[in-house]
Design a protein around this ligand. Sequence first.
Ligand SMILES: [Zn+2]
Length: 359
Amino acid sequence: MLASSDTALLLRQLPKAELHLHLEGMLLPERVTSLAQKYSVRLDADELRCRYDLRGFSQFLELYKWATSFLREPEDYAQLARDSVIALNQQNVIYAEITLSVGVMFLRKQNVAANFAAIREAFLQNAATGAGPHVQFIFDAVRQFGAAPALEVARSAADLSQEGVVAFGLGGDELSVPLCDFRDAFLHAHHHGLHLVCHAGETGGPDQIKDAIDLLGAQRIGHGIAAIRSSALMNTLAERKIPLEICPTSNLRTSALNIQLNSAHCKLADHPLPRLFRHGIPITLSTDDPAMFHTTLLEEYSAALQMGLSLDELRIIARSSFEHAFLPDPARQSFLARLAQSSDSQASVRTVGRAIHNE
Ligand SMILES: [Zn+2]
């Protein structure tokens, strides 16, 4: 058995992909403080601490609304992108699909194209120096805002599909507007060559996942942990190889885990990730909104180990995150080669380590 420090090092060195990561969810309390100062908003330290101390999904939506209210011009988004590059590099994330809450930008009457250009430029500058992860973007609509604003987001994603926007998605409150209302938005995105993702089965039931796939053509499901409540749906996901983007700490902090397991007291160890994975459903591991959930991708991988997954199983999940990324095949193969190379060198280090230990 590897010592925990060895395991931590192996996980850190593992090249990783983040497929479910909201840029706005990278807003650390320190960055909110500096933005508040920039806009001369008085911020009470206790209020800040209290807002970031999450106790459920509605409080999370409230925090998201409040924190993002300090993102007011393109430079604020660019600064957040630069913060994100640093955080992703620390996790050895070499590829990320960054979700942008474009529905929120439109609601605030911001210039989406200008915000996006600033964000893209900030990521590209780092990638050009070899210092940052390779990134692509997902434009996300907000479910509770309704169908018409979602269509506006899909149109904007289509307009920018040559600039690195690869998918259209839907997030927000699953219990608000039915998924069938969003068919036009998803169809528009599909007709313009975009991939499709949807948050479903996070706080809602298995029917939400089924509708996301059957009515909207979702190719990946955000969260999807409600699948654990339907063996028929688990079979479908496994047979059709539809991935679930699993974000364990998010599920704990928003109480989505309590809802799906119908239990008032849940721990990370109770998460259904191992059961979903061992049923043959493709799993990718992500952080969702790491600054708001006080987590990192490394911590999510460590949490999965504590749920009983082996290091080899974690490598399969790391590989799955590249396999289900919205990448052209040559780029995908190049990332997979880097992952394989890393696994080979880790295996040889462990072999040498064992030989030294046995001498
Ligand atoms: Zn999300």
